[in-house]
Write a protein that binds this ligand. Structure first.
Ligand SMILES: NC(=O)c1ccc[n+]([C@@H]2O[C@H](COP(=O)([O-])OP(=O)(O)OC[C@H]3O[C@@H](n4cnc5c(N)ncnc54)[C@H](O)[C@@H]3O)[C@@H](O)[C@H]2O)c1
Length: 322
């Protein structure tokens, strides 16, 4: 199979490209290297089954040309990261809305199956128990840039779903919860690479807010295996699946675990959300995925522990000299 991966030089996309090539598939990567990095795919470049295009999903002609030439499209390109979204809300919205529409429209015209990478951010502030695919979205004002990513990803899902429902396009959707591992960068507000890099340098680990807010972290290799299990199944067409780990940990405890696991002399420091992201920032207390649906459909479940994740990120940070 020949796959187009939009955002294939990014964190998840590059691991996905590695996994597809390792199983014998061909990969075409479209990425504008905004948050992605050519280092992520340097081992793939030169491989005859891989080609890379430095361009944007906003370029309709390029998207058409690349979609026409493959068997299947995996759409991961997006403007991501809290700092990015808050700093450049307009550009982020255009990429996440118009870019996805370009990809879906091309897939429809060339009849190519497509997977859309969505996000647990669509649930917004819904901090109840484990969130299943039917759980409600609770989001703040559309005028707050914080929520524009959630809004755009939700519209992406609706667009994808109605291309399936009205036009019979083979669309699959996955909602990644906090996905972590080597190659993720901390500079856009991702907590775990930021903590690991600080711990390795002996610098304070800045916990935003009380630190009682909790998250679940899934190793990128597990997340990629989950995505592959979805695209390899016929029964997943027209469906949405949560992909994440269901081990919950508070951010305060995560900071302590990172310090212990990396044998660091760092201390935990506290910073207000306001100081970190500016006035009026809202965050959710808990975000836990219910992964019953994907387990039942494909048998997938994450296998790697949080300690393994921290070790892998630390190894990467040291190797990359970050
Ligand atoms: N990492 C997570 O925890 C997480 C959680 C939920 C959803 N996701 C989703 O997974 C996907 C991949 O995210 P990631 O964590 O690998 O982040 P990432 O920033 O590493 O990947 C996004 C990629 O898209 C590329 N890109 C951005 N704008 C583009 C454009 N206009 N044209 C072409 N390429 C463009 C970037 O350069 C980058 O390589 C995204 O759709 C994201 O919303 C990730």
């Amino acid at each position: 199979m020949k796959y187009l991966i939009t955002g294939g030089a990014g964190f998840i996309g590059s691991h996905l490209a590695d996994a597809l090539v390792a199983r014998g598939d061909s990969v075409v990567i479209l990425d504008n290297l905004s948050t992605g990095n050519s280092h992520n795919i340097e081992e793939l470049i030169g491989n005859p089954s891989v080609s890379f295009f430095n361009g944007s999903i906003l370029d309709r002609d390029l998207v058409d040309q690349l979609v026409a030439g493959v068997d299947h499209v995996l759409h991961l390109a997006a403007a991501v990261g809290v700092f990015n979204i808050v700093d450049k809300p307009l550009e982020s919205l255009r990429i996440n809305l118009n870019g996805t529409e370009n990809v879906l429209d091309a897939c429809d015209r060339f009849s190519k199956p497509v997977l859309i990478a969505s996000s647990s951010e669509i649930y917004g502030k819904n901090g109840g128990g484990p969130l299943n695919e039917e759980s409600d979205r609770i989001v703040g004002s559309p005028l707050k840039s914080r929520w524009s990513y959630s809004e755009a990803k939700a519209i992406d899902e609706s667009l994808g779903y109605f291309y399936f429902a009205e036009k019979s396009l083979a669309v699959r959707i996955v909602r990644f919860f906090n996905t972590v591992g080597p190659r993720q960068v901390g500079s856009y507000g991702m907590v775990l690479p930021r903590f690991v890099a600080a711990a390795l340098k002996g610098e304070p680990l800045d916990v935003y807010g009380t630190g009682e807010q909790s998250r679940c972290f899934c190793h990128v290799a597990d997340a990629v295996a989950g995505l592959l299990s979805v695209i390899d199944s016929e029964s997943t067409i027209g469906q949405v699946y949560n992909i994440g780990s269901d081990r919950e940990i508070s951010i305060g405890d995560l900071a302590k675990l990172v310090i212990a696991q990396t044998h660091s002399a760092s201390v935990v420091a506290h910073k207000s959300y306001e100081d970190a992201y500016g006035a009026g920032f809202e965050d959710m207390q808990r975000r836990i995925p219910d992964i019953t649906k994907i387990k039942a459909a494909t048998g997938w479940a994450p296998t790697r522990s949080l300690e393994t994740i921290i070790d892998d990120i630390a190894g990467y940070v040291q190797h990359a000299g970050l």
